[in-house]
Design a protein around this ligand. Structure first.
Ligand SMILES: N[C@@H](CCC(=O)N[C@@H](CS)C(=O)NCC(=O)O)C(=O)O
Length: 204
């Protein structure tokens, strides 16, 4: 498999999952602004959406959308415990989380990124920050009394939530009202697979 990624972007989530799963893969860095690969070729020829993550599959073809990609990887390594079996209520719980993280948190942070400051009004930024705070409070509550979002076992939802939380310092978002999120982010950051993913992305 080949993971198309940008350092620190949402592609960090499937990158972590690949390492947690212990599966072989290659990393391909994307210049998202130019939509090019290192050899100058057009990334949109790989993924017409022009977005990371994108996963080139061993059986051929490209899988896009982070929530689908992490489930695909985890299902390739069922012994990793990264995702419950398909069809169980526990699986739907993880899918519920992935969707919440993707649609409410991931896309909720974007308007607050400093690089978009000129494109987003102050009024909208204030509103977006308020909404994001409310959604983070829900995630904080979900973690009450648990090490990870679904309990004591690290799942693909944790990799995605951790990735989005890792952006909060960039938008100067104060996590102190959410002690469970802070402890969770530190717990996930300490996992060897996560440290290895950060190290590999820093090397480029
Ligand atoms: N719906 C996609 C969104 C992926 C996404 O937003 N990727 C960002 C990086 S975190 C990106 O590629 N941005 C560049 C662009 O949209 O042109 C998913 O969940 O995988």
């Amino acid at each position: 498999m080949k993971l198309y990624y940008k350092p620190g972007a949402c592609s960090l989530s499937p990158h972590i999952v690949l390492r947690e799963a212990g599966l072989p893969f290659d990393l391909v860095k994307v210049d998202l602004a130019a939509k090019t690969l290192a050899d100058g070729s057009d990334f949109r020829a790989v993924n017409p959406k022009g977005q990371v993550p994108a996963l080139a599959l061993d059986e051929g073809g490209i899988l896009t959308e982070g929530a689908a990609i992490v489930q695909y990887i985890a299902d390739k390594a069922p012994e990793s415990g990264l995702i419950p079996a398909a069809g169980t209520i526990e699986r739907y719980r993880v899918q519920e989380l992935l969707n919440f993280i993707g649609s409410e948190l991931h896309k909720g942070v974007v308007p607050l990124f400093p690089m978009l400051k000129d494109k987003v009004s102050d009024t909208y930024r204030e509103f977006a920050a308020q909404v994001l705070g409310a959604k983070l409070a829900i995630l904080n509550q979900q973690l009450e009394g648990k090490s990870y979002l679904t309990g004591e076992v690290f799942s693909v939802a944790d990799a995605y939530a951790y990735t989005v939380l890792s952006w909060l310092p960039r938008i100067s978002f104060d996590l102190s009202p959410f002690p469970n999120l802070k402890a969770f982010a530190e717990r996930v950051a300490a996992r060897p697979a996560v440290q290895a993913a950060h190290a590999a992305e820093a090397q480029g």
